[in-house]
Design a protein around this ligand. Sequence first.
Ligand SMILES: [Zn+2]
Length: 490
Amino acid sequence: MTHFEVRRYDAAGRLGELTVPRAGVTVQTPTILPVVNPHVQTVAPSTLESEFGAEILITNSYILHGSEDLREPVVERGLHDLLDFSGAIMTDSGSFQLAEYGDIDVTTEEILEFQRDIGSDIGTPVDIPTPPDVDRERATEELATTQERLERAADADTGEMLVTAPVQGATYPDLRERAAADAVATGLDVFPLGAVVPLLNEYRYADLVDVVAACKRGLGEVGPVHLFGAGHPMMFALAAALGCDLFDSAAYALYARDDRYLTVRGTELLDELSQFPCHCPVCTEHTPADLEAMADDRREELLARHNLHVTYGEIRTVRQAIRAGNLLELVDSRARGHPTMLDGYRALLDHAEQLERTDPVSKDAFFYTSAEAARRPEVRRHHERLDRLPVEGDDVLLTEGSSSDQYDESWGVLPPFGPYPRELADTYPLTAETPDRTGRAGFEAAATGVARLVDLHPDVSFTLLHDDWPETALARVPDRVRVRDLRANE
Ligand SMILES: [Zn+2]
């Protein structure tokens, strides 16, 4: 599979290029696919392309297939002509309708053939979107049906059209992981993580993180990975840090219809805004009162445009953060927008070992701006690698202060990383910018590092000179370490 290439990682987040052969375009990822309703276009696809830089969009082939007035024109003229869009077009299959209404009238073979015939660039089989929290038996049975359809999709004559292999399994991490591995084994091209919308609607970001992390374990580093139905910009950074490459948004239009205004911190109601906290053309040229006074369709269009500006703006912010190596700082800052986002961020850090595998060994800077930062992959990696750093001598000082000749060897100590040989002081992540008031989590993480180093060298005698560490940190330091407070020496 050479149609997706990763250019750069940060945590498990990636900058990639998706080559879509049928459209003859290369799509930069992460990106968002605006959902275009073939019947109601709040913002025309040509405008998405020219004003918002959309390289790819998604529309629903099942709606076209069932439409009396559009079915023939789309077969005759093709999707790109019908929608007036020259980028890549992905099509959904009706799985959503299946989940909503319990029944649809096409098979995977029929809908894939239709998608191919109308000129779709990325087609989708009819998988079974199993909702969260169902019993395990149902999740397992529906997964078997999905897998069987994926295998039929892999055998279908789809020409140059890329075909997706949706990953289901409800909220069972082991089922998700296995489903993901099975999806890869089909040889299909794009991997949507399905049925996450109920989790998003209920703000269950921690559960979402566990589901995505499980899928990613099964997928490995293949891609692209599409978080199906995720279109709110507040969670792009979080999902991207786990390795999601594609998002799709109906939110920009649906929210606009209800006078809801998207921001990277959440959703606002238009009538509760006295100012627009945004620099987009809509928000600089109008006030909330202006929009309130407008006719419904005009207001809806302007709100949809604002929502799109925020959405694409956040995609660019995420890309830049991956390039700069500060994606986790971005996730940290977005996590402050809502308590459930903070849960999501904390759940993400539960998977630090998984993030660490692709996280670059060196970046520009590590900003310690929250207690959560003490659990980042870089801290974990530093602790892991202590076993590769030689300790010379029988009597070693670990100190937050200056070195001392009274010991065979003197190491520095930097919260949240812990002990390090002085010659590494100028290397990442020990170049971290930390606040003067580190806080308990940073000291505790440093103490965990001290404990690891001490345990690795049972025959060496250690002295720790710390700067006013709290009891909770000192409790982690093994008893055999001589512990002194730097301030006691002053
Ligand atoms: Zn705006």
